[in-house]
Design a protein around this ligand. Structure first.
Ligand code: NIG
Ligand code: FE
Length: 420
C-alpha cells in the first residue's frame, strides 16, 4: 500500500478528458473519458494514479481522503484567451451599443480599446494588481484553474512593462497557473501616425524590453506574441511582421483574426506555425479546412458575440467536423466580453455553435491547455499532470453546461490543494 498526499474517491463520474499526449480533434471531442465511481491519487501536486475507487484504494492510502459521492469531478477549466489585467470599465459604451452604435464605431471614434488603455496607463501597479487579482478570484470560483493573460492596454513601453509585471506577479502569488502573452499590437495609440509606424515601435522598442523583462523574471511559462489582425487595426502584412518578430525572439504565436472582417489571418498564422488563432467569427470554410488540417488550435470566443448582441457565431461545428482542434475561452475584457465564466461560455457554445457538452468540455480543458502550450501539464486528469480538478455539486457533468446563471462548482483543487 503506497501512502500519498491526497485521495479523491467515489466520484459518481470522474471525467478525465484523457488525451494520450494529443489534443482532441473531430469525433474524439465527443469522448470525455468518464470513469464511474472514479478516484485519483495525488502526490507532490501531481496525479499519480487514476481509476475506479476499488482499483485506487487497493493500492493507495492517504490521511487526506475527499469523498465525491453523488458528484462529478472534472479537470480544472483552462481559459486560454483573456485580457484579465485592465483598469476601469466601459459601462458607457455598453449603453451606446444598446442604443445602436457598433463595437468598431466606438473604437474608430477613439473609445473602445483606447478608453481602457487610458485607464490602464493611469493606474498604479498595485491598484492594477489588486483589481486583476479580484477578477482571477472570481474566475477561480467559477472553475478556472489555468488562464492565459494578455498585455495590450499599455501600448507604450512603460505601460506594457507594467502590465507584464502585474501578470508575472499574479503568476507567482495566485494559485491559478498563468501564461503571459504580449499584445503590444492591440490597437494603434494616437501618438503614432499609423499602424505601420506603431508596429515598428512594437517590434524594435517594446518587444525587446518585454522579452528582457520576461527573461529577468525567471518565469518559465510558455510566452506568446499576439496581434489584433483586423480591418482598421493591423492589416495582414503588418500583423505578420509583428508575429514573426515575436517568433524570432522565441515566443509562440497567437492571433486575433476574423472577428469582423476576413483578411486571411488564419492562412497567414497557420503558415507561421501559430499555436492558436482566435475569434474566427467570419472565417470562410476554405480557411477552416486549412486550419483543421494543421496543428494550430482554433479558439472560439462566443461570449463576445453574445455580449455584442450578435446572431452570428464562429463556425465551430464546421471546424470540429472537418477534424480540427477547437478550444473555447472567455476573452474576458471590459469591452467585448465582460465575463469571467467558462461555464457561461460553454452554455453559449452548446446552444449557438451546436457543441455537445462533451465537445464544449474538451474545448475548455485539454484543447485549451494545448492552445497555451500547456498540453503536457494541465487540462486532463491523467498520471503526471498537475492535480487540478473541480468537484461539482451535481452527479452529471453535463449539468454544468445545461444549466446557466448558476455556479455548480462546489470545490476547486489546484496542485492537490483544496483552494475552495
Ligand atoms: O478579443 N478584439 C480585440 N481585442 C479584444 C477586445 C478588447 C477590448 O475591447 O478591450 C477582443 O475582443
Ligand atoms: Fe481578445
Amino acid at each position: 500500500m503506497r501512502q500519498v498526499d491526497l485521495l479523491l474517491i467515489h466520484a459518481e463520474q470522474l471525467v478525465t478528458c484523457t488525451g494520450n499526449g494529443q489534443p482532441k480533434r473531430g469525433d474524439q471531442m465527443r469522448d470525455v473519458g468518464i470513469i464511474p465511481d472514479g478516484a485519483l491519487a495525488v502526490q507532490d501536486g501531481h496525479i499519480v494514479a487514476v481509476g475506479t475507487t476499488d482499483e485506487i484504494t487497493a493500492h493507495y492510502a492517504s490521511e487526506q481522503a475527499i469523498s465525491a459521492r453523488d458528484k462529478a469531478v472534472i479537470p480544472g477549466l483552462v481559459d486560454c484567451h483573456t485580457h484579465t489585467v485592465y483598469a476601469g470599465n466601459r459601462l458607457d459604451e455598453f449603453e451606446m451599443r444598446i442604443q445602436g452604435k457598433t463595437y468598431m464605431d466606438i473604437m474608430a471614434a477613439g473609445g473602445g480599446i483606447m478608453s481602457t488603455v487610458r485607464a490602464t496607463r493611469a493606474a498604479q501597479l498595485q491598484m492594477l494588481y489588486e483589481e486583476s487579482r479580484a477578477r482571477l478570484d472570481t474566475m477561480l470560483r467559477l472553475g478556472t484553474t489555468t488562464a492565459e493573460i494578455k498585455t495590450g492596454y499599455g501600448l507604450h513601453q512603460d505601460a506594457e512593462l507594467k502590465m507584464l509585471a502585474v501578470i508575472l506577479k499574479l503568476a507567482t502569488d495566485h494559485p491559478m497557473t498563468l501564461v503571459p502573452t504580449f499584445l503590444g499590437a492591440h490597437a494603434v495609440p494616437p501618438e503614432y501616425p499609423d499602424a505601420v509606424t506603431y508596429a515598428e515601435a512594437v517590434i524594435h522598442e517594446i518587444l525587446p524590453a518585454i522579452t528582457e523583462a520576461q527573461t529577468q523574471s525567471g518565469d518559465s511559462s510558455p510566452f506568446f506574441i499576439d496581434v489584433f489582425c483586423e480591418k482598421g487595426v493591423f492589416d495582414l502584412t503588418t500583423s505578420r511582421r509583428v508575429l514573426v518578430a515575436g517568433q524570432q525572439s522565441g515566443m509562440g504565436i497567437k492571433a486575433h483574426v476574423d472577428e469582423f472582417v476576413n483578411l486571411g489571418g488564419v492562412t497567414m498564422a497557420v503558415a507561421l506555425g501559430a499555436t492558436s488563432v482566435d475569434h474566427l467569427d467570419v472565417t470562410p470554410e476554405t480557411e477552416l479546412d486549412l486550419l483543421a488540417a494543421s496543428d494550430t488550435v482554433g479558439v472560439a470566443l462566443p461570449a463576445v458575440n453574445f455580449n455584442l448582441g450578435a446572431t452570428h457565431f464562429a463556425n465551430a461545428r464546421y471546424l470540429i467536423d472537418a477534424g480540427g482542434v477547437l478550444a473555447l475561452a472567455t476573452d474576458i475584457n471590459p469591452g467585448s466580453a465582460p465575463t469571467p465564466s467558462m461555464p457561461m461560455v460553454m452554455a453559449i457554445a452548446s446552444r449557438y455553435q451546436k457543441l455537445l457538452p462533451a465537445e464544449a468540455l474538451n474545448a475548455s480543458t485539454l484543447n485549451a491547455a494545448y492552445a497555451i502550450g500547456l498540453g503536457d501539464r494541465v487540462g486532463s486528469l491523467e498520471v503526471g499532470k498537475q492535480a487540478d480538478c473541480l468537484i461539482l455539486d451535481t452527479p452529471d457533468y453535463r449539468s454544468l453546461i445545461y444549466e446557466f446563471g448558476v455556479n455548480r462548482v462546489e470545490s476547486v483543487i489546484i496542485k492537490g490543494e483544496q483552494i475552495i
